[in-house]
Design a protein around this ligand. Structure first.
Ligand SMILES: [Fe+2]
Ligand SMILES: [Fe+2]
Ligand SMILES: [Fe+2]
Length: 401
């Protein structure tokens, strides 16, 4: 498996930025639009700010609804919900190698020029320029969403009205100049144009360089894993644990180094498709209806679609895609049997079930690792591959969960 860290991390971040804006099967393109606008307004330090724009609201992923709705209709009741998202987002982004500066920009993207922003009410020059640019790009996208068919004259008026309040006068004027160029404004308001405009913007940005000798891909996928799990309060740490268990089993089975890495990484993102499932279904405290359950099962199909957006991760697709197939053919989506299910997926299936059993749920306490292992043994040859169960039990039993 030959992968280029800079290219792979770039693909992962671009994909993450795309999927966190999916709401009820349509894309709001908040992050991509803010990134396009940011690239136009940028003065210096381009990649750092552009990548910060791509993920600036990652910290809001745990909110009940997309953050744009809270910003379109500000309600004092919701302010507490919003206050922490720049902090959570910057913490997540700082875990990605070479993105420490972008994390600082994200931390300050709701600070305003007049010192009335959050989280620390910084003023004017104390706010990094990149954060001010994202504030302005964010401001424009919020108005595009707030007022249907907003005109160029109206948006210019809104920007002028907020100069030296939300952002500096000079940045406001730079944005107005860009919006007036050719058809740019009327092009960016239309969601259909976003993928092409985004491609164009990105071609003008150098991907940030990743230092040698760091497992940048693994660490970036860990951030994706945390983002996936933040959507479901009851699944905190699930993806990371599944990945660790799967890696331990793969090592015990003496699989080749590359295969172990693929299984570890596929474990981190096996549920990435869940980012596209509505939260009210994912977090429903009562039993799901048949239709809702079907929707949840679709997360594996979405996992495949999403991973196709990051071509470097192609080899992870079969492992992640089949993690709900059962050894006896009674799983989903295809009801594959035995060795027709990729080995990595058969390993993930055990780890996924083990972690679900040993995690807390609103309707039951967690099982002990010992009892969970007894249940897994009982399902050996049915849900699980008996050969893998033999390797898995001693590892899982000894875990302090
Ligand atoms: Fe934000
Ligand atoms: Fe935003
Ligand atoms: Fe799953």
């Amino acid at each position: 498996m030959k992968l280029y860290p800079t290219k792979t991390v770039d693909e992962i971040l671009t994909t993450l930025s795309y999927i966190i804006d999916i709401e009820n099967s349509r894309n709001l393109y908040h992050h991509w639009r803010v990134a396009i606008l940011t690239q136009k307004i940028l003065v210096s330090d381009k990649s750092t700010t552009f990548y910060a724009a791509l993920l600036h609201d990652l910290g809001s992923i745990g909110l009940p609804h997309h953050i744009i709705h809270y910003l379109i209709k500000p309600n004092p009741k919701n302010i507490n919900l919003l206050l922490s998202h720049p902090i959570i987002g910057s913490q997540l982004i700082s875990l990605i190698p070479s993105m420490e500066k972008s994390a600082q920009i994200v931390l300050n993207h709701h600070e305003t020029f007049d010192g009335k922003g959050y989280p620390t009410a910084k003023k004017a020059k104390d706010i990094p320029e990149g954060s001010q640019i994202i504030r302005l790009a964010d401001f424009i996208d919020i108005w595009i969403n707030k007022k249907k068919n907003i005109t160029l004259a109206e948006i210019v008026k809104k920007i002028k009205g907020s100069e030296n309040k939300e952002f500096s006068h000079s940045l406001g004027e730079k944005a107005i100049g860009e919006l007036r160029k050719k058809n740019f404004f009327y092009s960016i308001v239309n969601n259909k144009n976003i993928p092409n405009l985004f491609k164009e913007s990105k071609s003008k940005i150098y991907p940030f360089k990743i230092k040698r000798g760091i497992d940048a891909i693994g660490l970036t996928l860990e951030v994706v894993a945390q983002s996936i799990d933040m959507r479901q309060p009851f699944s905190a740490g699930h993806s990371l644990r599944v990945s660790c268990y799967a890696m331990a089993i793969a090592l015990a089975m003496k699989l080749e180094h590359d295969e172990v890495t693929k299984i570890k990484w596929a474990g981190l993102i096996h549920d990435i498709g869940k980012l596209t499932i509505p939260k009210n279904i994912l977090n429903k405290p009562t039993t799901l209806t048949k239709k809702e359950f079907q929707r949840v099962t679709q997360h594996v199909l979405m996992t495949e679609k999403i991973l196709r957006m990051a071509p470097s991760l192609e080899e992870l697709i079969p492992i992640a895609f089949y993690h709900h197939e059962h050894f006896n053919g009674k799983g989903y989506p295809y009801g594959l049997k035995k060795e027709n299910i990729p080995l990595g997926a058969r390993i993930l299936c055990i780890c996924d079930a083990f972690d679900a059993m040993t995690s807390n749920r609103p309707y039951r306490p967690p099982l002990s690792p010992w009892i969970a292992c007894e249940k897994i043994k009982a399902l050996s040859g049915k849900q699980f591959d008996p050969e893998i169960v033999k390797y898995a039990i001693p590892i899982l039993k000894s875990l302090g969960v």
